[in-house]
Design a protein around this ligand. Structure first.
Ligand SMILES: Cc1cc2nc3c(=O)[nH]c(=O)nc-3n(C[C@H](O)[C@H](O)[C@H](O)COP(=O)(O)OP(=O)(O)OC[C@H]3O[C@@H](n4cnc5c(N)ncnc54)[C@H](O)[C@@H]3O)c2cc1C
Ligand code: FES
Ligand code: FES
Length: 1254
């Protein structure tokens, strides 16, 4: 039963079931997807559609039925086929996105039992997954396309209708639902300032700020409310759409019209469809309405530019003035979020006219990601020709995203009327556009030159499309995307799980929403919530912290700051301290200063905003690597590795090249944000933590030091993590210490769950890098000497900036460069401190070296793959630049097989042909080899422990020190235990990772987790099995033998400890061994770029990976695909933006784009190298978690090849700077042409840029 005060709260916080997840709270990730069913009175049917529970206020669901993932199947009763198939297809790794994926697919099947691949892609377009790389999810679901499935399991939706005006009131908000149009207009007259809430996707975030809303549910009741306008009505001149129609309905109506009417009349609708296909995800389109999109008056929203170009008319109505028509054009919008509608007016409908003969329409949008991303610039363009001629009769061009409101380029349009559609018109149009589109160099949103370039480029595209249509009138077909299944070898007997593609051990629980993450643990009696207060200044002295106003607020229990810490206010890593609460000074925006503890999440959040901190700004303050170099601001130690004689080598080489490459950072964006629950036990100071930590032993240690109590009184429990990728090692320990302090101070359990924005701000991510290099090479492409200085942006504390060591250790990749020097400098800046991220510096170190190879090839005029081959390690016994012995045999095999399987040479030719015949689209292909070190170079971490208990009934409990975060460590541990004990996996159980069971465990990181845990499980065999063997020679763990062993007083519990290799580095002498062994691989990718917009398509990727003898090929392939797709994000999409004041501006999925389904290459082939061995690790397997990220650099270099092709055609050099990520903006600006020339970069210092490259 809900209290009145919950009415405004989103469905997400109400369902109180574990399956509906919080990933972002803003409709941007799909983790909270549920199905809503409503009765469509008019058509006498029940409509089923997905929504984002986080944006769906509970009060707006009156009369609807909601189905969550728990409602469709469970492990206790029966799994729904959707749940079963995603699990069995290995589409669930950490599982945090899985319930949302399941609900999107379930709803699709509810409406369309036999969907097409395109339907599936559309349905999942609004669901993000950070682990899998999407391919296995699609593989699981595409089975629904072929088979005939009878779904009788769907529950009947129950709905009811309201017949009287309803008012719902809670402490802060009154929400009135009118009963009919007259009632609505009366209410609007009475409360003109009250917003009309329809889909709630714009207003949702701010709903709590409103005191009164008028809610118009957009389905059944609005049919009554808006009389005829709700429907799509074909009137003689076009279609009239009800304002409260959802964007999904709009899309359906447009599709129907396009299907049923002559093509000529629906040109405008086709353009609208072009936009609607990429606009948001399915869930948002199901909630968002056309009226809401228009009246939100946000120039980044896509519809207005197209609708305005189409000359649409709005019908608005008020009680006092009745109905009036308003033209949808630039005059409708009076400012950002403002329109000319009077406060008492509501929008009834939108008339969208049919196209006339000789009329041509197009819509354009370019976003950070191809789909499910707000556009950077959008445009609607329409031209009408004098019948039978190419003379312009009228022209409409509208842009969104180049100012605070919709922009019509009226002067340009006017001047082009009466002109022939030809080259001269084009030239004049571009010049006029350049003059008319005003965008200040400091404009909000930045990317100024790019946005200006897009305005002319879009017009050029329009010009070309119209020209082509004028000539030929043909349509271009979209290509169909298929995800082929991977085939892997079954090397062993089906009885033995090792080596088989066993399903993730918790996949069924994850698919049904039963899997518990820390925040799914029900509230403990008396539980409180803690919310962090963070610095708003980058470098300042803290003069005063005043929490008095916050403390006076309802529900607030206490405020914590440095003085409240009973032990030490710091966290240590290798003698480097980091304060938990800033004491005297802050050194970045986002640094934790204090924390508010309150009875509820909402109370803590609101109170935290009321804590007043007075600062005195300090100097210096700087954020970028360049500035740190100027200030010589570096952390110690400064590392160097060197082999050969650099100076001598530079004297003898044919050529010397000096250049640099900048690599941006990356946010982890694990789907589950960081947090924990701290529960004081009340006796002896004992404390239990249920925590999302990758390194529970470290968390335990930090909490102990903070509280001043021994580790033996602190128990950390980690059941599973919703993704981690290196981000849940360090900051989670600080958060745990703060939460534990709150729990001890109040004597009550305390929960901490970071909101997505705070998680991104506080915890930071992968280090940005700058690689400056000097290379000496011969004209045949042989590199004789490379001197590289790596600079990383470490932020304000050293934290895990030791990743620089891994960058240096990987700088040689697979190349034998006889004279090689790497220096690593970690810049100290005033940003949140950067931390570990999958690959731990490897992807940056390798990338700089590949850039060197690429540039040398360009300078030599040789194909890059040839230069790579010339320089590869080839002898059976090779030494790295730190003198570690290895054999490159398997790397060379991966390389040859990869080029062969990819058909590299044939495709290279085909690409050259494609590029010759396409002026504005170019393709590129690139291949790289990889050698990646596995294990910790700090040797003491290379250890693992496991505890195995055998019970008298023959069942087995395994506990180990690793954490399950999607990488399948538990599944592999079960496989190994099953193999050793010769009992089925079903008799073995792994409960959780617990510091009480396995102490002092190393972090699950460095691709070493399985090696450590697997070996530990294997090692225990010796201690346990030998005893048991005395009693029962065969069939270990069968019931009689176990019982006999028990009776003979044999211990049925044993630990296995694996003492890993003693890796170490002597940095003084550049001498290893740094790694346990190397994982090898090779990858080849092909892309296509749009030279006019910078958009790129990943066409095909082939990977050959050496994982030794895979313990579980399905999990290993999952790791490869997931890592690769994360690498696509790193090298091409994900862009963090900081303001000039050092404030992170990209704080959620709306601003920060991780790869979505649309970014996965349609042809994505992963092969495991056959007959590969690894004598060093468990069952000859290899660690695989980290290496594949780097392989996505092939996409970056393929883009570079494609850009080079475009530049060559324009007579420009092949050699040009391209920073990573290769975003649409960077690709476009690198394809220099007449349009980019029209938007030159302003001189430094003449303007205030919106964001900086840190
Ligand atoms: C994650 C996410 C991604 C998105 N991506 C895109 C995208 O790529 N492209 C894009 O164009 N948009 C995008 N959107 C925006 C989305 O399309 C709009 O939020 C939506 O169309 C607004 O409709 P609504 O019904 O939810 O409006 P609400 O939030 O309910 O209302 C919005 C405003 O419109 C007013 N209003 C609505 N209807 C009426 C009416 N009939 N009469 C008077 N006033 C009215 C309300 O008073 C309110 O001020 C995205 C949104 C989210 C959350
Ligand atoms: S939590 Fe709802 S979409 Fe992300
Ligand atoms: S399995 Fe999709 S986010 Fe982890």
């Amino acid at each position: 039963m809900l209290s009145q005060n919950h009415l405004h709260v989103s469905l997400l916080y109400i369902v109180l079931l574990t399956g509906t997840k919080y990933g972002c709270g803003g409709g941007g990730c799909g983790a909270c997807t549920v199905m809503v069913s409503k009765y469509d009175q008019l058509n006498n049917r029940v409509l089923h559609y997905t929504v984002n529970a986080c944006l769906q206020p509970i009060c707006t669901l009156h009369g609807a039925a909601v189905v969550t993932v728990e409602g469709i199947g469970s492990t206790k009763t029966k799994l729904h086929p959707v749940q079963e198939r995603i699990a069995k297809a290995h589409g669930s790794q950490c599982g945090f996105c899985t319930p949302g994926m399941v609900m999107s697919m379930y709803t699709l099947l509810r409406n369309k039992p036999h969907p097409t691949m395109e339907d599936i892609r559309e349905a999942l377009g609004g669901n993000l997954c950070r682990c899998t790389g999407y391919r296995p999810i699609i593989d699981g679901f595409k089975t629904f396309c072929d088979v005939s499935n009878a779904f009788n399991l769907f529950p009947q939706a129950k709905t009811c209708l309201l017949s009287t005006q309803t008012e719902l009131t809670c402490d802060r908000l009154k929400l009135i639902s009118p009963v009919d149009l007259t009632n609505l207009l009366e209410l609007k007259t009475e409360y003109p300032e009250a917003p009309v809430v329809v889909g709630n996707t714009t207003i949702g975030i701010n709903l709590l700020l409103c005191h009164l809303c008028i809610h118009c549910p957009f389905l059944e009741r609005t049919f009554q409310l808006f009389v005829i306008y709700l429907l799509c009505v074909h009137v003689h001149a076009g279609v009239s759409m009800g304002a409260v129609c959802t964007l999904s309905s709009l899309k359906e109506e447009m599709e129907r019209a396009v299907r049923e009417m002559e093509a000529e009349r629906t040109r405008g609708y086709q353009a609208l469809l072009q936009t609607l296909r990429c606009l948001a995800g399915k869930q948002i389109r199901n909630m968002a309405t056309i009226g809401g999109n228009i009246l939100s008056a946000n120039p980044k929203y896509d519809l207005n530019s197209v609708l305005a170009a189409l000359d649409c008319t709005l019908q608005v109505m008020s009680k006092e003035n009745g109905t009036r028509a308003i033209t949808l054009n630039e005059e409708l919008f009076t400012g950002f979020g403002k329109t000319v509608l009077r406060p008492d007016e509501v929008l009834l409908s939108i008339d969208i006219p049919y196209s006339k003969p000789w009329e041509f329409v197009s819509a354009f949008r370019q976003a950070q990601r191809r789909e499910f991303a707000f556009s950077i610039v959008n445009a609607g363009m329409k031209v009408l020709f004098r019948e039978g001629t190419n003379i312009v009769e009228s022209l409409n061009i509208y842009y969104g995203g180049v100012g605070p409101t919709l922009v019509k380029v009226g002067r340009t349009c006017q001047k082009l009327v009466g002109r022939s559609w030809g080259e001269e018109l084009l030239a004049d149009a571009c010049r006029l556009l350049e003059e008319e589109v005003e965008l200040s160099d400091s404009a909000h949103g930045g990317k100024v030159e790019y946005r200006k370039t897009l305005t002319t480029s879009f017009f050029f595209k329009f010009y070309m499309q119209v020209l082509q249509e004028l000539r030929e009138r043909v349509h271009i077909q979209d290509s169909v995307c298929l995800f082929p299944l991977q085939l892997v070898s079954n090397a062993q007997s089906s009885q033995d799980p090792v080596g088989h593609p066993m399903m993730h051990q918790a996949a069924f629980h994850q698919a049904t929403g039963e899997a518990q993450y820390y925040d799914d643990i029900p509230a403990v009696q008396g539980e409180l919530f803690v919310y962090m207060v963070t610095s708003t200044r980058a470098h300042a002295k803290i003069i005063n912290i005043d929490p008095s106003e916050a403390l006076g607020m309802t529900g607030v229990v206490t405020f914590l700051s440095a003085g409240d810490v009973p032990g030490q206010n710091r966290r240590m890593l290798f003698n480097n301290p980091e304060e938990l609460f800033a004491e005297e000074e802050v050194s970045c925006v986002g640094q934790i200063i204090g924390a508010v503890v309150a009875e509820s999440r909402e109370q803590a959040r609101r109170a935290a905003q009321m804590v007043k901190v007075t600062y005195q700004d300090l100097l210096p303050v700087f954020f970028t690597i360049e500035e740190a170099i100027q200030h010589q601001s570096f952390f110690d130690p400064k590392r160097k590795l060197e082999r050969g004689d650099m100076d001598k080598a530079f004297e003898t080489v044919d050529q010397i090249l000096e250049d640099e490459i900048y690599l941006g950072g990356q946010e982890h964006f694990y789907m589950e944000t960081q947090g924990l629950i701290a529960v004081p036990k009340g006796e002896n100071g004992e404390l239990e933590l249920f925590v999302a930590s990758q390194h529970s032993a470290y968390t335990q240690e930090v909490v102990g030091i903070t509280l001043g109590i021994d580790s033996n009184k602190i128990t950390c429990h980690v059941r599973r993590l919703g993704g981690a990728f290196g981000g849940k090692v360090m900051k989670i320990a600080s958060l745990s210490a703060i939460t534990a302090t709150a729990a001890v101070k109040t004597g009550r359990p305390v929960r901490c769950v970071l909101e997505r924005g705070d998680d991104m701000l506080i915890t930071s991510g992968r280090h940005p890098f700058l690689g400056k290099y000097k290379v000496g090479y011969n004209n045949d492409g042989t590199i004789m000497a490379a001197d590289i200085t790596y600079y990383s942006n470490g932020g304000c504390t050293l934290n895990e900036s030791l990743i620089m060591e891994k960058a240096l250790l990987h700088m040689d990749n697979g190349y034998k460069i006889p004279n090689l020097r790497g220096r690593g400098l970690v810049c100290k800046t005033y940003l949140p401190s950067y931390t570990a991220f999958r690959g731990f510096g490897g992807p940056q170190g390798l990338m700089v070296m590949e850039s060197v190879l690429h540039e040398v090839a360009v300078k030599c005029g040789l194909p890059p793959q040839k230069v790579r081959e010339i320089n590869m390690y080839r002898e059976e016994e090779c030494y790295t630049h730190y003198k570690q012995l290895f054999s490159p045999r398997d790397m060379l095999r991966c390389w040859d097989e990869c080029l062969d399987k990819a058909g590299y040479h044939d495709r290279l030719q085909a690409i050259q042909q494609f590029n010759t015949s396409n002026r504005w689209k170019k393709r590129g292909i690139s291949a790289v080899p990889m050698k990646f070190g596995v294990g910790f170079s700090k040797g003491f971490f290379n250890q693992g422990a496991a505890l195995v208990n055998i019970y008298k009934d023959g069942s087995v409990l395994v506990a180990h020190g690793g954490t399950e975060m999607g990488q399948g460590i538990n599944t592999k541990a079960l496989q190994i235990a099953s193999h050793i004990l010769k009992v089925p996996m079903s008799s073995i159980h792994i409960k959780e990772t617990c510091t009480g069971n396995v102490p002092n465990a190393a972090p699950s990181a460095a691709s070493f987790g399985t090696d450590a845990v697997g070996m530990a499980v294997k090692v225990f065999q010796r201690s346990l099995a030998s005893d048991l063997f005395v009693i029962a020679c065969n069939d270990l763990c069968s019931f009689p033998q176990i019982f006999e062993a028990y009776c003979q007083k044999v211990s049925l519990s044993a630990t296995g400890f694996f003492m890993g290799p003693h890796t170490d580095m002597d940095w003084e002498n550049s001498e290893g061994p740094a790694y346990y062994y190397f994982t090898f691989g090779a990858c080849c990718s092909e892309v296509e770029i749009d030279c006019l917009t910078g958009d790129h398509k990943n066409l095909r990727t082939d990977i050959v990976m050496d994982v030794g003898r895979s313990l579980n090929p399905a999990i290993d392939i999952g790791q490869i695909e997931g890592g690769f797709v994360q690498g696509i994000g790193l090298y091409t999409i994900e862009e963090l933006q900081f303001s000039l004041e050092g404030v992170l501006m990209t704080r959620g999925p709306s601003q920060y784009k991780i790869p979505a389904l649309c970014d996965v290459p349609p042809q994505f082939n992963v092969h495991l190298l056959a007959n590969a061995q690894n004598p060093h690790a468990i069952y000859r397997s290899k660690g695989i978690g980290e290496p594949p990220v780097f392989l996505a650099s092939t996409i970056f270099f393929a883009i570079k090849e494609a850009v080079a092709a475009a530049r060559r055609e324009r007579g420009l050099g092949d050699s040009f700077p391209l920073s990573s990520p290769a975003t649409a903006e960077r690709i476009r600006m690198a394809c220099e042409d007449q349009f980019t020339e029209m938007a030159p970069s302003p001189e430094k210092g003449t303007f205030k840029p919106w964001s900086i490259n840190i």
